[in-house]
Design a protein around this ligand. Sequence first.
Ligand SMILES: Cc1cc2nc3c(=O)[nH]c(=O)nc-3n(C[C@H](O)[C@H](O)[C@H](O)COP(=O)(O)OP(=O)(O)OC[C@H]3O[C@@H](n4cnc5c(N)ncnc54)[C@H](O)[C@@H]3O)c2cc1C
Length: 440
Amino acid sequence: MGPSDDQALECDLLVIGAGMGGLTAAALAADAGRSVIVVERAHTVGGSAVLSSGYLWSLPTIDDFAAVAPGGRRDLQQVLIDEFEAVVQWIASTGAHVGDRIPVLHGRGNQIDVQTYSRRCVTLVQAAGGQVVIDASVHELIVEDGAVIGAVVDDPSARVTVRADHVLIATGGFAKNPDLLAELVHPAAATMRARCAPFCLGDGLRLVRRVGAAATEPAGFYGHLVGAGVDLSDPERWDNFTLLHSRQAVLLDRFGLRITDETLGDNVNAEAALLAGRRGLLVWDEAVHQEVLLVSWPPGYAAIDKFDVALRAGGSGARCDDLDQLCAFAESHGFEGKQAVTTLVDFDAQVAAGRHGERYGVSRAPFYALLVEPAITFPYAGIACDAHARVLDHSGVPIKGLLAAGVDIGSVFGGGYAGGLALASTFARRAMKTAGIIGG
Ligand SMILES: Cc1cc2nc3c(=O)[nH]c(=O)nc-3n(C[C@H](O)[C@H](O)[C@H](O)COP(=O)(O)OP(=O)(O)OC[C@H]3O[C@@H](n4cnc5c(N)ncnc54)[C@H](O)[C@@H]3O)c2cc1C
């Protein structure tokens, strides 16, 4: 990235992490005429964002947030509400495709072309004289007089000091760091499998902790149920493994008991499965299979037979002609089969009696039983920040010069979730306002 001697590079904004949050902040700053250096640890930019389904979505009101993600902080959630429309317009202004407004999960949003958006962001940074440096990482943040004024960066050829008016941390959380998962999610989370970019290792949190920043309280995580043991090595296939239809299925623990209100969503079901020993038995009937699983939801999402896909990818399941077969399958995998059948029959009777609103029962054979496990995309805990995207110390005081965006930030969600791309891009925009780089 040069210069190769001891001289320091200087810029207005140093961004650590070139995913959704980092690239959005960098491109906004470059578009405003600022000099930007982006440091990316991977060989390519985009992080989890380019592996995502590209639904830029969130919730429209704070009451929705209180209902869907009650464990998050309202002031932080308000950032997603306030900045959302401006972010959608900004992404469209870069020339990346932005689809129509559609309902997405329990909110609304637009499907965007994340690959093109990432490339456009890089072009904007470079066109403004900045750099996006791949295969590089940050050795440490530099603090002078209590303010963060840059970082020591290791790129493949040299160790370089970068001085900046503002440093923005956006390294994509710590879904792949067992120690942080045990500390800030749950001891059982340490060995949970992940569906996220390779470098979600908690570098952002570790860097800012070393300069006095606080972490938020332990909390849950955003992830999905996948077939237990499926081969997750190919990110291209993750969407096909994601069991969004679990909201209309029944999730049982090894005692054959339901462990959550499944309608809260597949991400909440994944959290419940973690607490139930990282394993569950997901059961649904032919009506759910045909009318939920095989239907594209949200619009544009893969409508494929995910039961079949899971079995072909190493998962364990059975398509059962009756509940006796289901009982046998459950028992052969260490679940209490008889109790499972009792639970399913009781639940079906409750649905028939109208006690579960619009839910499907478990009455139409064949019945599908799939062993499932949770896979994490990002934790809800992370760097303590305020609604100005400023990183906070242990007294709740902002650390000068230090901003954050994206899923590195803790306490935005909790008990439920409302969009990782929105979290990243709205906080990136808010951070650029706080830095005085954009107005509004
Ligand atoms: C399969 C899948 C589907 C998804 N679908 C959706 C969806 O449709 N809608 C939605 O809202 N969300 C979705 N998500 C979640 C969304 O992609 C993430 O929440 C979002 O990308 C987070 O943005 P971020 O900027 O915080 O992190 P990322 O986009 O992951 O970017 C972080 C970047 O930081 C880099 N980095 C890490 N450590 C360092 C370091 N020390 N130095 C420099 N760089 C570093 C990483 O390599 C990465 O490039 C999905 C995720 C997955 C995996």
